[in-house]
Design a protein around this ligand. Structure first.
Ligand code: NAI
Ligand code: MG
Length: 352
């Protein structure tokens, strides 16, 4: 079989450090499972923007198209505005490759203290399924009368039947293989057109998964419940904006943004999917060898699962569990003193 080809975009700051870490762990698990993976690195980043005026070359999307998957560190650096780095690389990739599912697993691991005192290790294990290509993050709208007292801005949300159907189906199918419980984030009491439509389509799709229990929660109440009772959730399905907010909240509930992974999936597999930690480039700790590599490594495990290697993915997650359980291999964000390299060493040892 030809090797599966992976495009690696380390990006900026600790993005580079955690990508090196993820590569080392992937090499170890590939050895163990005799996987054929090949890598090509791209220096697309704010550094490139400062030198060449763009985050990626004009044909960047076409260059990535033939790969089986994309592994990304993080982009963003002082000197390049954040909306430029985001709209110059990440959002074009998510949209051009129809990565309409943003998947963010959340777990409270043994050894990682959640800020919630009742979130015991092992008791919190859910996934946020965020709609990733439409909804509130639309390009429709505009600004008029700039600088005048009657200046205004309008931004339209876009919810399509196809878009809501496919994200709901993904959530219900995922729940069927887990604890069979879906929570749909809504606000159909206040937002009178788009979210009642979302509710209707979710209900229609739910009827096709009679074995999966589900309910709808208003986003404000849901945010409160995520803090008060995170154990009750299995799969949470949400629109682009609600899912964005919930998944950062959820990463905090799990103890540190440094361990949170994400997958941008095209479930139809027409285009490459992209895997990246939730965190950014962390300029405040970049270059110190202090970054927690777990978010990137867990993202690499999601990539292995997507590429059809569930046993290898499970081994990587087991290695993460073991390294977090050992105080000697916890990074500073988790109250430890270990550097990135020590964590990677432990992960590779577990896989050896
Ligand atoms: P950030 O996630 O980079 O950092 C927030 C805080 O968490 C910092 O104190 C940082 O030191 C800490 N932190 C983050 N990841 C960590 C890790 N792996 N280990 C230990 N500590 C960690 O978010 P911030 O500061 O808002 O953004 C910095 C830059 O990153 C900005 O340019 C932003 O636009 C970009 N960014 C990029 C993302 C992406 O590429 N997907 C996502 C979020 C932010
Ligand atoms: Mg976010």
């Amino acid at each position: 079989m030809a090797p599966q080809r992976i495009a690696v975009i380390p990006g900026d700051g600790i993005g580079v450090e955690v990508t090196v870490a993820a590569r080392a762990v992937l090499d170890a698990v590939a050895d163990r499972h005799r996987l054929e993976l090949s890598y090509e690195e791209f220096d697309w980043s704010c550094r490139r923007h400062m030198e060449q005026g763009a985050m990626m070359p004009p044909d960047g999307i076409a260059v990535l198209r033939p790969y089986d998957a994309i592994l990304l560190g993080a982009v963003g650096w002082p000197g390049v505005p954040d909306h430029v780095s985001l709209w110059g690389l990440l959002i074009p990739i998510r949209r051009a490759f129809r990565q309409y599912v943003n998947l963010r697993p959340v777990r409270v691991f043994d050894g990682v203290a959640s800020p919630l005192r009742h979130a015991a290790p092992g008791s919190v294990d859910f996934v946020v399924v965020r709609e990733n290509v439409e909804g509130e993050y639309s390009e429709i709208g505009g600004r008029m009368n700039r600088g005048f007292p009657d200046e205004f801005a309008v931004q339209e949300s876009v919810f399509t039947r196809a878009g809501v159907t496919r994200i709901a189906d993904h959530a219900f199918a995922l729940a069927a293989g887990r604890r069979s419980y879906v929570t749909s984030a809504t606000k159909s009491n206040g937002i009178m057109h788009t979210l009642p439509f979302w509710d209707e389509v979710v209900a229609e799709r739910a009827a096709r998964f009679p074995e999966v229990r589900w309910d709808a929660e208003h986003i404000d109440a849901l945010a409160a419940k995520l803090v008060l009772d995170p154990q009750r959730f299995d799969v949470i399905v949400a629109s682009n904006l609600f899912g964005d907010i919930l998944s950062d909240l959820a990463a905090a509930v799990a103890g540190s943004i440094g361990i949170a992974p994400s997958a941008n999936l095209d479930p139809t597999r027409t285009y490459p999917s992209m895997f990246e930690p939730v965190h950014g480039s962390a300029p405040d700790i970049a270059g110190q060898g202090a970054a927690n590599p777990v978010g990137a490594v867990w993202s690499a495990a999601l990539m292995l699962e997507h590429l059809g290697h569930p046993a290898a993915a499970a081994d990587v997650v087991a290695a993460i569990e073991a390294s977090l359980a050992d105080p000697a291999t916890r990074t500073r964000d988790l109250g430890g003193t270990a550097g990135t390299a020590a964590v990677v060493g432990a992960l590779v040892d577990h896989l050896g």
